[in-house]
Structures are given as C-alpha cells and as structure tokens.
Design a binder for this molecule. Sequence first.
Ligand code: GGG
Length: 339
Amino acid sequence: MMRRFSIALMGGDGIGPEVTEAALTVLDAISEKFSLNFEIIDAPAGDARLKKTGTALPKDTVNAVRDADACLKGPVGESAMDVIVKLRQMFDLYANIRPAKSYPTINALRPDVDLVIVRENTEDLYKGIEADMGDSAIAVRVISRKASERIAEHAFKLAETRGRDVVAVHKANVMKKTCGLFANVAREVSQRHMKVSFREMYVDACAMSLIRNPQDFDVILTMNMFGDILSDEAAQVVGGLGLAPSANIGDKKALFEPVHGAAPDIAGKGIANPVATILSMKMMFEWLAERDAKCSKAAQSIENAVVGVLEKGIKTPELGGKKSTKEVGRAIASAILVK
Ligand code: GGG
C-alpha cells in the first residue's frame, strides 16, 4: 500500500512562498519515485497573516501543525517571535538541529566542514520574558536542568552516529548561574557517553574558531540564543544561508525550516535559493524514516540530487549562478533517483 503523509505547509513571508513552492516540486518527484503519497495542508502564518487577520499564528494553523505528520515551514518576517518561537514552545520542539556542510563548487571557507549545531530551542532569553522598566528594559534568562539535560542527551546521541565529538558552548565565566548550570549538566551527560569526546568552549572563542578551524567541529551543543547566532555564522562559513537547513524536533512532533529569514529585499524576484528549504525537507524525510524506511532513501536521494545539481553549476545568483528559484527546484526534482 502507498504510504500517505500529511504535511502542514507554512509558506511564510518574503521569499517563503517561492522557496517552499520549489521544495514542493521536489516533493512531487519524491512521491513519484518512491511511491509515497503526500497531503499538503496549507498553514498560513507570519507578517502577511497578521496584517490581514490581526493574528500572526491563527488557531487553524496551530491545529494543522498539530494534526499533520510533519510541518515544512518557510521563513516569516518580523513575527518570528509570535510564530516560530511560539510553535517551538507550544509543541515542545526542544532540539534545533542546524547542520553546516561544505558542498561542491560552493565558495566555502574550507571544503571539508561537516558540523551540526544542536541548539536548545525552548528557553534562554527566547522565552520572551521581557519588561519595560521606565527608561530601562529587562529580560529574564531561563536555563533549566531538564531542558539542558535533554538537549545534551540529543547532542551526544547524534555525535555517536557521526564524528564522536561534542563541544559544549557557553559563557560560564560570566553568566555563572545560567551558563554554569548548562555546562554542569553537559559535563554530567558526557559521563554517560564515554565513546564521545567532550570539550567546552566559551561562545566568543567558538565564534572565532568557527572561522579559523571550522573543520575541527563535529557537534556543537549550546543554548538558544548562542545557537541562533553561531548557526548563521556556520552557514556563512560553508557558503551562506541559502544552503542552511534546520529541524525543530520534539518527542512527538517536528517542524522543518530553512535557517534564513524572509529576505524582503529579494522577495518576488524569483532569485531566492531554495536549497536550504529542500535540504530541510531532506531532514524531514530522515525524521519520517522511523515510520517508513523508504523515507530514509528519499532523504539520501534529495541530498544526492542537491550535490549533483550544484556540481553542474546550477545555482542561484548569490552563489555566483544565473538560475532562478524555480529552475534550481526543477533541476533538483529531475535529479531525484531511486538507488
Ligand atoms: N538570520 C536568519 C533569520 O532571520 N532567521 C529567522 C529567525 O530569526 N528565526 C528565529 C529563530 O530561529 O530563533
């Protein structure tokens, strides 16, 4: 029997509808080649929705995400806090997985980078506890043992399947309580994973090393805000945000999105790079593979197709190419092969 998955599709703002449409071209190819069936459920959210209806994240969209097998999301604009940060907390999507990998013919700083940032996704300053205090404003930084422990476990388990090295990134010399707790928990969890080497780095030193020796990293384990910042940096090291996918993973649900924002300056021009969204879809198939083994092969076929297309020089302008969003999407779809 043909397996059917429901996918909540959040087109988002700016370049979001263009890159998600290109990803759907690839999804069609996956459906055809791997005999998988997809029901796409429109899940609108973001700035445009806020302007039209007064809410950036409508109830129907939340229900669609809740009921679907997985969610593929484009970027939203200024409403990130009310959409993606809220969805992560609402569905307890505690692990934000952000790989940075050198792909062929891309102007990466080095050709041999293959690292993953494992970012705690539900607390820290992104909890959104802020207040105006007259001429000052304050924010509360929440770091809990529970959230630190489960994200550290996730990072070590992931490292066991890869290069077996975890670097916990914090700033415990300054933020002794919050970063101190995170670092202590990471040390404790490292004791349960003795086959994985463990080291620690202050976030400023890590930011520098990501430029200097990015090839030396395997898994970077860190808190929410540091992870958000370091993942943009890591993306640039391997060629830019147009290539940077991500997964937001909880125990039961998961949502997949490019790391980049809505890029309003190039929206509607048909030149946005769809690769980050297509590689996010690859991560979606890796996650769905627990339910149907065919999805694992589908995931691999997407990455192979992306590599093949980049090798042929089929690229959007920010990578030095001349192709449009649609052309890159179609080329990747045509390169999907069953092996
Ligand atoms: N810098 C890329 C960008 O704008 N990403 C969207 C964003 O800010 N998302 C919020 C988050 O990942 O926490």
